[in-house]
Design a protein around this ligand. Sequence first.
Ligand SMILES: Cc1cc2nc3c(=O)[nH]c(=O)nc-3n(C[C@H](O)[C@H](O)[C@H](O)COP(=O)(O)OP(=O)(O)OC[C@H]3O[C@@H](n4cnc5c(N)ncnc54)[C@H](O)[C@@H]3O)c2cc1C
Length: 372
Amino acid sequence: MFKVMSSFRNYFTNLSNAFWEKSHSFFKASPITQVAKNTLKNSASSPHPTSNEPKKVVIIGSGPAGYTAAIYAARANLHPIIYEGSLSGNSSIPGGQLMTTTKVENYPGFPHGIDGPTLVDNMREQAIHSGATILGENVVKADLTQYPFSIQGEETHHKALAVIIATGATAKRLNIPGTRDGELWQRGVSACAVCDGPLPLFRNRHLFVIGGGDSAMEEALHLSKFASKVSIVHRRDQLKASKAMQKAVFANPKIEVIWNSVIKQVNGKDAVESVVIKNVKTKQITTHDASGVFFGVGHTPNTAFLDGQLGLDANGYINVKPGSSETNIPYVYAAGDVKDAIYRQAITAASSGCIAALDAERALNALNLSQK
Ligand SMILES: Cc1cc2nc3c(=O)[nH]c(=O)nc-3n(C[C@H](O)[C@H](O)[C@H](O)COP(=O)(O)OP(=O)(O)OC[C@H]3O[C@@H](n4cnc5c(N)ncnc54)[C@H](O)[C@@H]3O)c2cc1C
């Protein structure tokens, strides 16, 4: 399995290196770089920047990536502001995905785990304590074609010399009775096997995974380490997943595929107890004991507000230069799940937030700005 995954990653890394080398030579010569130098030269002459002056760093998004970027940028004297989102957007919960989970057991520093919202609150408080300014708004529009960049929130507008996009990704869920918020979501229904699979609730139990692509295969393979049995429920008679993933799944004695089928209903009082499955060809309905249901139908990176201005991969994730947070537009950086189709963990998001702030600091330093 490890061999399969690493050859996948090598393949994508090579592809993405090739993409970057091709595009970056173009952007190095971008007129934005020259405009940035001029803008910064002019703004450097004012000892008391007014509120109309561009912010050095604007961070969009407030999960582990955004807050970590804010902590680093604030400590580097870049006076960042964070648009942390508001409840008005579809993809938006201020604080991010961890706000929807109970116990986080794999974030270092908390030997007995910590609940998601408390972890996020701590990060937020640390960002404020470091000097970041937080705005409880969604960014509705960003103009990255002009420099300084223009960021339009629901209520405020700011210009920015550097922008860090950390808007995360939203796990896709299907509207199946029993799985919704307030029903059994996060009480046996999940969309993250790496996050939730090891919980006692799922150990040595029969679990169900919905989907037929690579996401579903990854969920099933991961769950098979803990579960007594994993059933992938797929509505077609063949999988969409890559051949390598399929091979790994078919070779795993704990995993079965229930073909041509959909889950119609998830039942349980305080936790998942059973699933009702319909065969879409024969129309036969069956009920199976179950302790968990995992959506493996992919994620949607939250990039709609960018309106196609940044280079994205085929699944909508922001392309960054390998090993950095640089996008295809100079002084625009991406961090966290919005640019990460593979790892999607709080710790990897936090680490890429740190990288983005350091990249922004270095770029602004090179223009002699960050100390002013
Ligand atoms: C139910 C669940 C449980 C999980 N459990 C774990 C776990 O135990 N351990 C673990 O390591 N990982 C876990 N994860 C994964 C982890 O939560 C993510 O990998 C991590 O939160 C990604 O961080 P992020 O900062 O990139 O984005 P997010 O946490 O998604 O945050 C993105 C932020 O951007 C904001 N935003 C979006 N659009 C806009 C906009 N236009 N303007 C302003 N703001 C915007 C959102 O409101 C949100 O605050 C879990 C995920 C889920 C869904």
